[in-house]
Design a protein around this ligand. Structure first.
Ligand SMILES: O=c1ccn([C@@H]2O[C@H](COP(=O)(O)O)[C@@H](O)[C@H]2O)c(=O)[nH]1
Length: 272
């Protein structure tokens, strides 16, 4: 699935919800054990429960890479369960010299056929180009992240008077079209979103940080909305750990529906 097809799905469902599958074996609900079979079953149950409300799924590879070879098997089986009607993201935050970046791109776009992968921009154009060379895939570049540490480097002021993340957004945006390039902007950074929209009006933003990190759908939509919505809001813990009791599937479903309703309200307000 590409960004154009994702946009069509967002409009059809009045939802820009991405469910984050950050499955921590230590947080599995009652009745499930820390083993690959149960983790796969949990992920499949989360996908099935949220399919109607969500338009995308984000697999944070860290949670699975930590399990070694079995973790990659879980990634493969979870990805296989995401239907082609939904956008799939490998949240891997890769970045390296060109020939190594090319292998990362091959990993996530060919070996595992994700629609999109997250990358870090610190190493510059040759570290991102191998991902952009897959023109039917989406490269998602870290812009202004949701964590406190965003202040350490991303928000530093350059001699030009621009912040480092502003320079990253405008420079990287010139390397790829809005049809193949998105940026990560944290929901906790809603105050910066209006300015970000002026810098990159046409690019989609992947916005994590709603739910457990305290960001709000309403604030993100009000500041980040653009002509084609242009927002994909990720919620991980706020959906998949909505309950750790026996009702964990219905609780995840209800949480995703709740976020979808907030998004529908934003649509009505902002898109008419
Ligand atoms: O700036 C960033 C970039 C990535 N993330 C990732 O998004 C999810 C958020 O999970 P929640 O449980 O909904 O807080 C997680 O995979 C992060 O690694 C981010 O939070 N902020």
């Amino acid at each position: 699935m590409n960004i154009q097809q994702l946009t069509a799905s967002i409009y059809q469902k009045r939802s820009f919800l991405c469910v984050g599958l950050d499955t921590d074996p230590a947080k599995l609900p009652a009745g499930l054990q820390d083993n690959p079979k149960d983790i796969i079953a949990f992920n499949k149950a989360m996908i099935d429960a949220t399919l109607e409300s969500a338009v995308a799924y984000k697999i944070n590879t860290a949670f699975y890479e930590a399990m070694g070879a079995q973790g990659w098997e879980i990634i493969e089986q979870t990805l296989a369960h995401i239907p082609p009607t939904h956008f799939s993201i490998a949240d891997a935050k890769r970045g390296d010299i060109g020939n190594t970046a090319a292998q990362y791109a091959r990993t996530f776009f060919e070996t595992y056929q994700f629609d999109a992968v997250t990358v870090a921009p610190y190493m510059g154009r040759d570290s991102i180009q191998p991902f952009l060379d897959y023109q039917d895939k989406t490269t998602i570049v870290l812009g202004l992240t949701s964590n406190k540490g965003a202040a350490d480097f991303e928000q530093l002021e350059l001699s030009s008077g621009k912040k480092l993340y502003e320079q990253v957004l405008t420079t990287v945006a010139s390397w790829g079209s809005p049809d193949q390039l998105m940026f990560v902007v944290g929901a906790t950074q809603a105050a910066a979103l209006k300015n970000i929209r002026q810098l990159i009006p046409g690019h989609f933003l992947l916005v994590p940080g709603v739910g457990a990190q305290g960001g709000s759908v309403e604030e993100v939509a009000a500041a980040g909305w653009t002509t084609n919505c242009g927002l994909l809001v990720n919620v991980s813990r706020g959906v998949i750990y909505a309950s750790n009791g026996e009702d964990y599937i219905t609780a995840a479903k209800a949480a995703a529906q709740g976020y979808q309703r907030q998004m529908q309200a934003a649509f009505e307000k902002l898109q008419g």
